[in-house]
Design a protein around this ligand. Structure first.
Ligand code: IPD
Ligand code: CA
Ligand code: CA
Length: 249
């Protein structure tokens, strides 16, 4: 494991554990300009990660959801202190702390830590993906009719014009669930489900997960199959990817 990945694992762990002080406590919830929720736990966790980066890698660029930062740099740390704030504020343990490092515009390592589950999935380009320290891989199912597919909310599918395509997947798949946010992609990377579909994401939502899913043998693309991270994301075990993309043509 590279020193950079070891650092990222530790920083995500420490920041993630800090969120537990506010989890299931009735923490005050504010609405941001885009109406998404934020709490002191989001802000504190991002601050911890930023301070840790500044101590260990002084001067390096950071993009974080709560404090903003470098939208243009091709070499940077990318932080989502709590991915799944809606879960967090409802006391649902499926939220994550995400940290990645991008080089030449591509994520080269990513950590996805679930504080309330004490579960971690991580990867570094070229060395495979790991789930709680053991290698993990996507599932080998190649038939949508026996596959489990997770997704963002029904509202986001409707709001971003993906309802029709998603409906055809719902009809074909064995089961659909909204195990949402990073958790859905982590389920794909660990072979527990076959695909995760999210019609609206930001750079900090997918950076860590892209390298994790790919190193686990899967694909993470936009809705037309481009690997470049954008404002939407489908991850899958790879075998079902083209069939899922066809539903959205
Ligand atoms: C949300 C999640 C979700 C995506 C939303 C994001 P947050 O992040 O990443 O999967 O669909 O667009 O806002 O706000 O819980 O960090
Ligand atoms: Ca997020
Ligand atoms: Ca967040």
């Amino acid at each position: 494991m590279s020193p950079r990945l070891a650092f990222a694992l530790d920083a995500a762990y420490v920041a993630g554990r800090s969120t537990l002080a506010h989890f299931n406590t009735g923490v005050h919830v504010e609405d941001k300009a885009d109406a998404s929720p934020v709490t002191i736990a989001d802000r504190e966790a991002e601050r911890l990660i930023r301070c840790a980066i500044q101590r260990s890698f002084p001067g390096e660029s950071i993009l974080g959801e709560e404090e903003g930062g470098d939208l243009l740099s091709t070499d940077r740390w990318v932080v989502d202190p709590i991915d799944g704030t809606k879960s967090f504020v409802c006391g649902v343990p499926l939220y994550a702390t995400l940290l990645s490092y991008e080089q030449d515009g591509e994520p080269i390592l990513g950590v996805c830590y679930f504080p309330a589950l004490d579960e971690v999935v991580y990867a570094e380009r070229g060395t495979g993906a790991f789930w709680n320290g053991r290698p993990c891989r996507v599932s080998s199912k190649n038939d949508l009719s026996v596959s489990y597919v997770s997704s963002g909310s029904a509202g986001s599918m409707m709001g971003f014009g993906r309802w029709e395509g998603f409906s055809s997947i719902v009809k074909t798949a064995k089961a659909t669930r909204t195990w949402s946010d990073a958790y859905g992609h982590a389920l794909v990377a660990t072979g527990r489900i076959e695909a995760m579909i999210d019609p609206i994401v930001k750079p900090w939502d997918t950076s860590a997960l892209a390298v994790i899913v790919r190193e686990a043998g899967g694909r993470l693309t936009d809705f037309v199959g481009n690997d470049k991270l954008s404002a939407e994301a489908i991850s899958s075990n790879g075998k079902l990817h083209d069939e899922i993309l066809r539903a959205f043509l």
